[in-house]
Design a protein. Structure first.
Length: 102
């Protein structure tokens, strides 16, 4: 899997940290897009209305909250939703946070 960033164990992450990370609409959009894609995505493939440096901050917050895992493939930083771990630790939470109202 190449180089990786430090990631917390999801079992060590508190619910408050996850909710604080997801309160921001840009971060919620990143998680929702990752969930909908069903595969790992590069940082540049997200449709988010922020600068590259601001996006980097949002990815860091999500990583530190245990929601995503980041790793490199060559020079591309990949993002993976930690759905399995999140569902095990907080059953139903990601479904509730990524469901859009019709």
């Amino acid at each position: 899997m190449g180089r990786t960033q430090p990631h917390p164990e999801v079992s060590q992450v508190g619910l408050q940290s996850v909710l604080e990370a997801m309160v921001d609409p840009v971060r919620r959009s990143i998680v929702t897009q990752l969930d909908a894609a069903g595969e790992d995505l590069t940082c540049g493939s997200f449709d988010i209305p922020v600068s590259k440096s601001t996006a980097t901050h949002h990815f860091k917050v999500l990583r530190e909250a245990g929601l995503i895992r980041q790793y490199y493939v060559g020079t591309s930083r990949m993002n993976a939703l930690r759905r399995g771990e999140m569902d095990e630790t907080f059953p139903g939470l990601l479904d509730a946070l990524t469901t859009r109202e019709a």
